[in-house]
Write a protein of this length. Structure first.
Length: 124
């Protein structure tokens, strides 16, 4: 009985986030629920579901605004933000790696709740 005590707190993963997680796995962005250890030198990590749900709620709390994200990565956090957006909100996401930006834009450009989404690849 104790095992089911926290079942109501399990995070449901929206379909768009599932697509982003699949891309994260393909691009080798691990989900690290325990967090990155001090001195971690591995590949970039993706947003875990518990943090993603928080991002979604925060985005929902800004229904008519513009939200900016820096470091799109594999798009998991971006997908969570998009999931929480209202139809009037805008999401801007910037990514330095052109391959990541292109791959994420393939799965996120057709989200019906977004009025505007932009992935920017910058060069310095």
């Amino acid at each position: 009985m104790v095992e089911n005590k926290f079942k109501r707190y399990e995070v449901q993963i929206p379909k768009i986030v599932q697509k982003a997680i699949a891309l994260a796995n393909e691009l080798e962005f691990p989900l690290m629920p325990q967090g990155r250890p001090i001195g971690y030198q591995g590949s970039p990590t993706a947003c875990i579901p518990e943090m993603g749900r928080l991002l979604s709620v925060l985005a929902a709390g800004y229904p008519d605004g513009s939200i900016a994200e820096f470091g799109t990565g594999a798009g998991v956090g971006t997908a969570w933000l998009a999931h929480g957006l209202s139809l009037k909100a805008k999401l801007f996401s910037a990514e330095l790696d052109e391959q990541f930006a292109y791959r994420v834009s393939e799965i996120l450009l057709n989200i019906p709740m977004l009025r505007f989404f932009k992935v920017i690849a910058l060069r310095f």
